[in-house]
Design a protein. Sequence first.
Length: 175
Amino acid sequence: MAGLLTTRLALPVLAAFLLVGCESREVEKDLKIVGVRTGWFDVGVVGGMNKLVPSISLELENVSARDIESVQLNAVFRRVGEEDVAWGEHFVRAIDPNGLAAGAKTKGIVLRSTLGYTGVQARATMLQNKEFVDAKVEVFGKHGSRTWVKMGEFPIERQLLTAATISSETILPNQ
């Protein structure tokens, strides 16, 4: 009888422990996007032409009172005026299972589209081309089993970004 009672008490305690461990956090409330920089990254010469792609670098700040881990980000790039059509995406694990402490910031995270503009002109001249269409990026976040939530939207500035402009402390997730 005592063993059965112990088992009955242990099961709810174990279930509560598992629920707390599997909790899905609201990234839109627990994290803040900071240190944003956007522009057109110089990919180099592709197919004999200069290529520029929209890029955003950012940090995530944990504004909650608790550590947070295993957060995913997805950046969706769109050309202005074509809001219903994605012009490239970049998915990353922004915070690994080791977590981010309350009040701390991630290192820089760089997200880039694989799509962009190509041309024979000088890269800086490409940004001034009359056919150039500006772009924007929407950043979505997710933790656990929650659905994706929009965390921010940013215009892509008409500035040229090169490998030399990227900080050595920046995380460049695989594309």
